[in-house]
Design a protein around this ligand. Structure first.
Ligand SMILES: *Cc1c(COP(=O)(O)O)cnc(C)c1O
Length: 356
């Protein structure tokens, strides 16, 4: 057996499992919460004028132009903004920078399944708190002297539900000795009054994360950002510079800036997605589904008469991919991304055909 002992020192982790990435012309992909619409035409202009010789040069080390554009839009200073390769990388950087306590970090049992993956990878002690029967998070469950940190998504995934700003404030008031991360990936699809970005001016232990992947239609470019007190951002930059000081590539910086500067297009895309969401919610409710009140670009639904897995498989057979989670508490639910009106019509038709 000599020469085999290195195996006991291998990393032992369970990786995050993303939604399937099926290929083919006739498929309808509603399983990764990607946007139904393309990014701003201003992004197209950047691509059209892009000179390959520019690729010779390293990008801006701190994604300066993109941080500036985001700061300007949010009415903040560039020192309050961090940018990296998708919000997954932003969150991983934040976990490394802020969750170094012996106390466990706390997050809801039903939430984005990357949080446990990072805790595992980075050896961060953690504790989950159950969401209610109605899938809402209770603020009290996140209180705690004993918390090493708190992280939750608002609106949450895969439940699609949002908690109020008062909820966020409540959690912050009861967690003054640790960092609280609010993952606002889906906030642009939520009603006014959910966004708590401005609370970073009041709470220096609040970090708000966001991404270009969902509301800005740019999942393939890998851009995510975080907002917080300048001191928090300084620590995140220090962590980033300790393992990869050129995070975001040149094209992502330039197209990202173009997206941020086209507010009108951004708002019009959000409106379309929300209108489709409301329409499809009603259609599914008419078919007997229980549809949670979505504040995101996806629906979380269950049908009392049919198994979620059976509906999932029936749709997949027709080339329509939605998300089924084989996990306790949610294995009777389905997560359906809002596609175009046409895609959603086809999805609803196939569900009708299945349930007869
Ligand atoms: C999609 C998603 C992310 C990650 O987005 P990327 O920027 O593409 O890495 C983070 N949090 C939640 C809750 C998400 O749904």
């Amino acid at each position: 057996m000599s020469g085999q002992l290195w195996r006991k020192n291998l990393i032992n982790i369970t990786p995050y499992v993303a939604g399937e990435q099926p290929k083919g012309d006739n498929i309808i992909k509603l399983n990764a919460n990607e946007n139904a619409y393309p990014p701003s035409p201003k992004v197209r202009e950047i691509l059209d004028s892009y000179k390959p010789e520019d690729m010779r040069r390293y990008p801006s080390a701190d994604a300066g132009p993109l941080r500036e554009a985001l700061a300007k839009r949010a009415g903040l200073s560039v020192e309050n903004v961090f940018v990296s390769n998708g919000s997954d990388d932003v969150l991983a950087t934040a976990f490394r920078a802020f969750f170094n306590s012996d106390k466990p970090i706390v997050y809801p049992d039903i939430t984005y399944s990357f949080y446990p993956v990072w805790c595992d990878l980075l050896k961060i002690p953690s504790r989950t708190v159950p969401v209610g029967e109605d899938f809402h998070i209770s603020a009290q469950s996140l209180y705690g002297e004993g918390n090493g940190g708190v992280v939750f998504a608002n609106p949450n995934a895969p439940t699609s539900l949002a908690q109020s700003r008062e909820f966020v404030r409540d959690v912050l008031e009861h967690n003054k000795d640790c960092i609280v991360i609010v993952d606002q990936t889906y906030v642009d699809f939520a009603e006014a009054g959910i966004d708590c970005l401005d609370l970073i001016n009041e709470y220096d232990n609040l970090l708000v994360t966001h991404t270009f992947s969902k509301s800005r239609s740019m999942a393939g470019m890998r851009i995510g950002e975080a907002y917080g007190d300048a001191e928090l951002i300084k620590y995140m930059l220090a962590v980033k510079d300790s393992y990869n000081s050129y995070p975001v590539n040149r094209l992502s910086i330039e197209t990202g800036v173009a997206s941020v500067q086209d507010e009108q297009y951004f708002q019009s895309t959000l409106k379309k997605v929300i209108a489709t969401r409301e329409k499809v919610s009603r259609q599914l409710a008419e078919l007997g589904f229980e549809v949670l009140e979505s504040q995101t670009n996806f629906l979380f639904v269950t049908h009392p008469g049919f198994k979620a897995k059976d509906i999932f498989e029936a749709l997949r057979e027709k080339g329509i991919y939605i998300r089924y989670f084989n996990k306790p508490r949610i294995d009777d639910h389905l997560r359906i991304t809002i596609g175009t009106d046409d895609e959603m019509m086809q999805m609803v038709e196939q569900i009708k055909a299945f349930i007869g």
